[in-house]
Ligand binder design. Structure first.
Ligand SMILES: [Zn+2]
Length: 270
């Protein structure tokens, strides 16, 4: 993966934030806003799991601890289907806005909840809102994480120093261009009115990013949210993208943990 041209590793990643997105990142707790998060659990997750099942694709779900507590069956179902369940904070609060104590507590609480629920300790972390504190990477290394997925310095996975010493974490980079939220999200509070994009437009951007990565033998990591991509017109765009990617020999879908292990073991470039 990653070293030959005309190949591509494609990561489908889903941030199952549910209500925590609104509570944690925006501090909005009114019933209508929270119900948007519930949509992600009620309809988004089951639709995504069904799509992945009929496409025979294993994906990665990043889940805040509180969402796992609210929807344990959905998290168990994703894990039982062979998908990776990874860490996404506890209350969906950016580590950049937390004290060291708060950040450590959220990390440990989320770890415990996910490990108890799935029987497997998560080894991947994606920060809520894609922001890290200056100490986050060292904290992840201290807790034996294999990879982080919050930074944006390359297209392909790379190794990132956790402090001034020799320790490195695998980084599975993300990008706002490959995230469904900037295109599709619409909100009154906080005001965010650039969303509700035409899925055909997003398909074109995501298609070209995949094709360019394929030509280079690279990696492409899409980030989606069940409450956003879970709407039918968007989910059909995702299905169309999957069908498109499938037409390219050498393109393969992988979980973030599998890519991170390959990087760690030197089986692909970093
Ligand atoms: Zn999130």
């Amino acid at each position: 993966m990653g070293s030959m041209r005309d190949s591509c590793t494609v990561l489908l990643t889903f941030d199952f934030d549910a209500e925590a997105l609104w509570e944690g990142s925006y501090g909005v707790t009114t019933p209508s806003t929270l119900s948007r998060g519930a949509y992600g659990a009620n309809l988004g997750m089951p639709r995504i799991l069904a799509l992945l099942d009929r496409s025979d694709i294993k994906a990665t779900f990043f889940v805040p601890g509180i969402t796992a507590e609210r929807y344990p069956d959905l998290v168990r179902r994703a894990h039982a289907a062979g998908h990776e369940v990874a860490h996404h904070g506890y209350l969906h609060v950016s580590p950049a806005k937390q004290t060291e104590e708060e950040e450590r507590a959220a990390l440990e609480k989320g770890l415990e909840i996910l490990a108890t629920l799935t029987g497997e300790r998560p080894v991947g972390y994606r920060s809520p809102s894609w922001d890290l504190s200056a100490r986050s990477l060292a904290l992840l290394a201290e807790h034996d994480f294999l990879y982080d997925s919050s930074l944006m310095a390359w297209d392909a996975p790379y190794l990132v120093p956790v402090d001034d010493g020799p320790r490195r974490l695998v980084e599975i980079p993300v990008s706002w261009e490959l995230d469904d939220a900037p295109y599709f999200l619409f909100a009154s509070r906080p005001a965010y009115r650039v969303g509700l994009a035409d899925p055909d437009r997003v398909f074109e951007i995501w298609r070209v990013e995949f094709e360019a990565a394929y030509a280079e033998g690279g990696t492409v990591c899409y980030t989606m949210h069940p409450q956003i991509i879970g709407r039918q017109h968007r989910l059909r765009m995702l299905e169309r993208l999957i069908e498109h990617i499938r037409r390219y020999p050498g393109a393969r879908f992988a979980r973030a943990v599998d890519v991170a292990r390959a990087v760690r073991e030197g089986r692909t470039r970093a």
